[in-house]
Design a protein around this ligand. Structure first.
Ligand code: DHB
Ligand code: MG
Length: 261
């Protein structure tokens, strides 16, 4: 940092005392920015930028690492949230002081463990018994403290969510990461299960828009949530680029975040 500051100072000094010929100064930076400004050029860098951020920003967490490798060894699909996304979700929960999290789509429990890392109680719903079993293993491997704060319910979310509502359950944060075709059905149930001021995060909303057909010609999660404006739901969509996915076609994605008022 000091080095950078002092070299900036030197540059400034040189610039002031002996300005370069006018026609030379803008050329170099312009050339460089042109080189990195194409979409293809940037996408090629996403993987290394993601690794850069993971290396510098994330703490090592053996149970998360184990959960990922155990899930892959068990043959679960490689569709977990990314580590930086896990950290984002954990930070979001900490910002809200979330004590209770509801997750739809446990898979191998990787995101479940991220939520549990905040100290919150996590209720997670999974439809596939094999995924549930792998998740239970991964959660048990994380230790008694985590295990005591996580419940995994086997079943279809659209059956289980109304049951949770009948039990009077409310959550501070709801994470929807299951069947893309049912994003809005989960969302509508989630609204009823979220406490006032709580939030709902829907994963993979941008990929669904890309891959689910012409967004202008159909109802989408975004258009349907938009229909709830003024009915106590404020939402936004944030696009993301991540090198967690190796296929460039899967790098661009994004989520919908809503607050229930
Ligand atoms: C897929 C599902 C996900 O939840 C995800 O985050 C990425 C990909 C999939 O089914 O391809
Ligand atoms: Mg997902």
């Amino acid at each position: 940092m000091l080095k950078r500051l002092s070299s900036n100072t030197i540059n400034t000094t040189i610039k002031r005392s002996s300005p370069k010929p006018h026609h030379l100064t803008p050329k170099q930076p312009l050339k460089m920015s042109t080189r990195s400004s194409t979409a293809t050029g940037k996408l090629a860098l996403v993987s290394s930028l993601t690794t850069h951020a993971e290396t510098h920003l994330l703490k090592s967490n053996p149970s998360l690492k184990t959960a990922l490798s155990a899930s892959l060894s068990a043959g679960l699909p490689p569709i977990t949230i990314s580590p930086l996304q896990g950290q984002y979700l954990a930070l979001q929960c900490k910002l809200m002081g979330a004590k209770t999290v509801l997750e739809i789509g446990t898979l191998g429990g990787y995101s479940t463990l991220w939520f549990a890392s905040t100290g919150a109680h996590v209720t997670s719903i999974e439809i596939n018994p094999k995924h549930r079993d792998v998740a239970m293993q991964n959660i048990a491997s994380a230790g008694k403290d985590v295990e005591s704060r996580v419940e995994v319910i086997l079943g279809a979310a659209l059956d289980v969510m109304p049951r949770l509502r009948e039990e009077g359950r409310k959550f501070d944060f709801v994470f929807l990461d299951a069947d893309w075709d049912e994003q809005f059905e989960y969302f509508a149930e989630a609204v009823k299960l979220t406490r006032k001021g709580g939030a709902i995060y829907v994963d993979n909303v941008v990929r669904e828009l890309f891959e689910g057909g012409d967004a202008e010609g159909r109802e989408t999660l975004v258009s349907r949530v938009g229909g709830m404006k003024g009915m106590g739901v404020s939402a936004t969509m944030i696009s993301t680029v991540s090198g967690w996915k190796k296929d460039p076609g899967e790098m661009v994605d994004g989520f919908l975040l809503a607050v229930v008022e």
